[in-house]
Structures are given as C-alpha cells and as structure tokens.
Design a protein around this ligand. Structure first.
Ligand code: PMP
Length: 409
C-alpha cells in the first residue's frame, strides 16, 4: 500500500480521501498515451474503450451485477440526480408520489425539493434517536401513486446503517422502485446486488480511494429512467458527455482493490472506531451520536456538552487533528446538522459534535494522538464557554457511562 501525506491525525475521510497510489498509477497512461475518445472508430479509441470496459467489469465484480447495469457519472451528486429526477420524469404518468427520509444527503433532498416545485408529492420519513428509518413507516406511506422510494444505505455523518434490505423488499412487494445512496456504506458494508432488492444504487469513486468527480449509478436491468444530461448519447444515452476516462479507469482500479481488501480493512478500522468511542466517552458530559449496533465501522461521532464544534475543530487543527463537526457538505454554513436535529438532538447541542471518519491510512498513532489531546482542549473550551457547566442547559441527553461495544450488521 502506498503513502499519503502524513498528518498527526486525519479523520475526515468522508469529506475527501486520498487516491490510492495504485489507482493513480493505473490512471496515468490515460492522460498521455491513451488519450483517444472512446467513441472514436479509429485506433486511438481502442485502448480507451478497453480501459473503460475493464473499469466497468471491475466495479460490476465488486457489486455482483452485470457491467451493462452501470452508468458512469460525474460523481455521486449526479448519480442521485439521475436516479431521482430520471425515475420521476420517466414515471410521472403512473404517479407523482415519492417517499424518502429526513437524513438523506443534500444531493437527494434538493432534487426532491425541485420535483415538489414541479408538482410531485414527497413524503419525508422521520428517524428515531439513533437515526434509523422504520421500514413499517415506509410501508404505511406507500400509496397507489407512489413511484419511488429513496433511502440511503448508511448515513456517513452519524454512522447509522439503514435497514435498506427490508425497505427494498417492501418496495418490491408493492411494485415501487427502490433507490439507495450507498456512498457512505460502499467501502464498509458488502453490496451484493445479485441478492439485494435494489433497483438503483448511487456509488462514488473517491469514497473508495479513487479520484473525485467520478461516480456511478447502478440501474437494475429493466429499470428505466429519463436522462438528465442530453447530448452525444454516451452511457446508453443516460449520461451524455465525453467520458472522464482516467477517472473511470481509476474508479475501476479502486473497486478491484476494495473487493480484495475490504474484509481485513473493516476489522482493522473497527478497532480504532471503538477505541475512539470508548476513550472519548470517558470525558464528562459526552454522548455518542448514532447507534452502537448497526454502525459504520469507520464512523465515530461524539457530542460534547457546552462546546461549539467549530472552536473544537480549530483547536484540534492546531494540534494536527483534522475532522468535521457535522456533515462536511454544510460545514461552511455553520448551521447545526439537520441529521442530528432530526434525531432529536437539541440545536445548541448539535453544534458541539465531532465527526470522525476513518479510512485506509488511519494509524494507531493518529488515534492515540486524538485521544491524548482532546480532553485538554475540551476542558479549556468549557472554561471559556458561555454554556459552561452550571449554566442553564439541558443535560438529559448526555450520560457519562455508556461504554458498550457495538457491532454493525
Ligand atoms: N451522497 C453521500 C452520502 C455523500 O456523502 C456525498 C458526498 N461525499 C454525496 C452523495 C455527493 O458526492 P459528490 O459530492 O462526490 O457528488
């Protein structure tokens, strides 16, 4: 395994992961010697077409699907848009009702809002205190005019692995399409599409140590969607535009590596996750966001009472520890996390959360360093905090002694 730029503690894999050097190596010829357009009929197109098809076969092998069921896109946002807007447009004569959840990524929530403005109806299901969507609530929400259900496979912010197998089976029974955004789950939970009842699955290259700006939508054979981008008709007419060939080649190599390395990596990283949760829970007035069981092996999300997460982030950054306070995608807005609010966490408390996401280059030393520096920083910030202990504050959601171990499914 190659090197990455070393830090004292990089815990923000969910926002941006290094590209594996073995992936970079595979991509390089596709910038220089194999530069043709895959649609060209002359010889320059041949190796490029072959490179792309190898990538498609490798991703299909990871997911146990047919390579023809994969559409390469310019990232997961685009794949989510294609799945949701594409399915809605295709089926709008059959019905205009869609079911989703309150904890989806913004690239699902925002296309759904767009569709609402276009006359579709969306039922947004709540989650429980651990972030789980209730499959029974999904079934109850299905109507005669329901055309699509979209629930993410796992929430990368709070680590909850959603019961998507059950939800997919319910959708199938009712003859409704089921889409799942698998971006946060794909590197940590095996996805076997020969058995899972999913019609559409969103995938991202960078979340498996491939390059950014490349993704894919799995479309089960027979699932029909309308294109969102129109043009030259590439990717079976569903994603026009000259393909990002080096990116796709890198995505394929990343998928091949993931298939080989996932089982051992899950075990390795889970130990770090549990150490972070157990050790940081020893700090007074902390709570774990998300569940103990059915939790992503690479996610620890801890809430610290009386503290602003942004202040924590800045002080940790000075110690070489890098992470996010909530969803990386809304980090710049300084809004409290809508995921945590949906789980019943109070506004001021949602601000004091740290989201650790671990990955292929996380080391034991990095974990030790975070555990070493955090108690002192928390202490200092609490002494300065307007919300400090003794002040008016609802502590009902915090406990000091909640140190079990969780196993994900
Ligand atoms: N879905 C989920 C669950 C994500 O975490 C992200 C961001 N990593 C996306 C979709 C969108 O990915 P991108 O910004 O690469 O399009």
């Amino acid at each position: 395994m190659g090197e990455r730029v070393t830090t004292k503690g990089f815990f923000d894999y969910q926002s941006g992961a290094p590209v594996d050097p073995r992936v970079v190596e595979e991509m390089l010829p596709f910038f220089t010697t194999s530069y043709g357009n895959p649609s060209s009929l002359h010889a320059a197109g041949d190796p490029v077409r072959e490179g792309m098809e190898l990538a498609r076969n490798r991703l299909a092998a990871l997911l146990s699907c047919d390579p023809a069921e994969l559409i390469f896109t310019g990232g997961a946002t685009e794949a989510n848009n294609l799945a949701i807007k594409g399915a809605a447009m295709k089926m709008r004569r059959k019905g205009k009702h869609i079911i989703s959840s309150v904890v989806e990524h913004r690239s699902v929530i925002t296309p759904l809002k767009f569709l609402q403005r276009e006359g579709f109806e969306v039922t947004t299901l709540p989650v429980d205190a651990d972030g789980f969507v209730d499959p029974a609530a999904v079934e109850d929400a299905i109507r005669d005019d329901t055309i699509l259900i979209s629930v993410m496979m796992a929430n990368g912010e709070v680590g909850t692995i959603e019961p998507v197998g059950e939800i997919g089976a319910i959708a199938k029974n009712h003859d409704v399409l089921f889409h799942t955004d698998a971006v946060a789950a794909q590197s940590w939970v095996p996805i076997d599409l020969s058995t899972l009842p999913f019609d559409m699955v969103t995938l991202s290259s960078n979340d498996m140590y491939g390059p950014k700006g490349v993704g894919a939508l799995y479309l089960r054979k027979g699932t029909r969607v309308e294109a969102v981008l129109h043009g030259g008709g590439q990717e079976r007419g569903l994603r026009s535009g000259t393909e990002n060939v080096p990116g796709i080649v890198g995505f394929g190599k990343a998928a091949e590596l993931l298939k080989e390395e996932m089982p051992a990596e899950v075990e390795r990283v889970r130990v770090f996750r549990d150490r972070l949760i157990d050790e940081l829970s020893k700090i007074d007035d902390t709570a774990l966001n998300g569940p103990r069981d059915r939790r992503l092996p690479n996610n620890a999300n801890i809430r610290f009472a009386y503290i602003e997460g942004e202040a924590l982030l800045l002080m940790l950054d000075m110690e070489g520890v890098m992470l996010s306070s909530g969803s990386a995608c809304s980090a710049k807005t300084l809004e409290p996390s809508y995921v945590q609010l949906a789980m019943g966490v109070k506004h001021e408390e949602a601000h004091g959360s740290l989201q650790f996401t671990l990955g292929r280059w996380t080391t034991s030393e990095e974990v030790d360093h975070a555990i070493e520096v955090l108690p002192g920083i928390v202490d200092r910030l609490r002494q300065m905090s307007a919300l400090r202990p003794g002040m008016e504050y609802d502590k009902s959601q915090f406990s000091k002694h909640d140190h079990g171990h969780g196993e994900e499914e």
